[in-house]
Design a binder for this molecule. Structure first.
Ligand code: 13P
Ligand code: SF4
Length: 319
């Protein structure tokens, strides 16, 4: 909050935003961490672009004084949990996540209390309050690996994404109690339109994120986190890929392999709802203003931060 005339927020934008952001990075000793679902310009100015695990690992190891998180709230919150003494900035505080919203702390506490013998594994796409109630955090890139490391007789609650949960059950053969949350973006893909697209592009391989529904995943040639999808598209000799996740990732695919064709999978209706409305709240302008004003900043009550830290550290050790 800017309470005095001396600390009025800057609202004016420089003509060369990119250069101004680079200057501010040096001035603040800041690092810009960006998710693949961010708009292309933000990806281009970032120091590191990654999936949720890669971003958490970078946040855990950075020597920067200021972390500028070009992603959504739970990602910036994770960076703050790992770095209580650093300033963590998020260009737009309204950049939330439908998965995180689908798991309210009170309801989850009651669910957990009803199953006291269960170990709680929570997908990183949840609030700090949910992390604080969890035993281990996971991401889409390490969920299978983490569940495989647990004793077979251990009952498990998996929250909040039912689709990732179902995928982990299928991969590990483990029964888990699933919280019924979901991602509005990954549930928007239409199986019917995907099948039509496959008929139009018979040589294309289908790359899908495990947050998609089982009927869509059924048609995938490869399923993985955003980093895993990217790596697969680089390593395969194939020239055509249908990408069943947020299309922001296509910027990196196309940048590395301009000769390959990447086709975004269509949503159910005629909308652009395969773009994450939360991720897309961040813009280059807001990124600049956040750095210039050193706000909006992520803050957390210390007891929640401490309780949420251990399950994140367990994940980092088990990854
Ligand atoms: P990953 O980048 O970890 O695959 O997660 C995708 C996602 O939905 C992030 O919100
Ligand atoms: Fe959340 Fe889905 Fe957006 Fe990822 S794509 S931030 S899971 S709403």
């Amino acid at each position: 909050m800017f309470s005095t005339a001396l600390r009025r927020p800057v609202l004016d934008l420089p003509t060369d935003l990119f250069a101004a952001i680079v200057d501010l990075k040096r001035e603040l000793n800041a690092v810009i961490l960006a998710h693949y679902y961010q708009e292309s310009e933000i990806q281009d100015v970032a120091d590191y672009i990654g999936d949720s695990l890669g971003l958490a690992q970078q946040a855990a190891s950075t020597a920067a004084d200021v972390i500028v998180f070009a992603g959504v709230h739970f990602m910036a919150e994770t960076a703050k949990i790992l770095n209580p003494d650093k300033q963590v900035l998020l260009p737009d505080l309204a950049a939330g996540c439908s998965l995180a919203d689908s798991c309210p702390p009170d309801a989850f506490a009651a669910f957990k209390a009803a199953h006291p013998d269960h170990l709680v594994i929570s997908y990183i796409n949840c609030t700090a309050e949910i992390k604080a109630m969890s035993d281990i955090i996971c991401t889409s890139s390490n969920a299978v690996k983490i569940v495989q490391q647990l004793p077979p007789e251990q009952p498990i609650i998996f929250a909040p994404d039912r689709n990732l949960g179902r995928y982990v059950i299928q991969q590990t053969g483990r029964e888990m109690l699933l919280w019924q949350g979901s991602c509005i973006v990954h549930e928007t893909f239409s199986e019917k339109k995907l099948v039509q697209l496959k008929i139009q592009h018979p040589n294309a391989e289908v790359l899908a994120h495990p947050e998609c529904e089982p009927a869509v995943l059924h048609h995938a040639d490869f399923i993985g986190s955003t980093t895993a999808l990217l790596k697969y598209s680089f390593d395969q000799p194939g020239q055509e890929f249908i990408v069943v996740t947020e299309p922001g990732i296509i910027h990196q695919m196309q940048r590395q392999h301009p000769e390959k064709t990447f086709i975004p999978a269509p949503p159910n209706s005629n909308c652009n709802c395969n773009e994450c409305p939360f991720m897309r709240l961040n813009t280059l302008e807001k990124l600049y203003l956040a750095m210039k004003n050193r706000s909006p900043e992520i803050t957390l009550p210390e007891p929640i931060r401490i309780a949420a830290l251990q399950p994140i550290q367990r994940m980092l050790a088990m990854s």
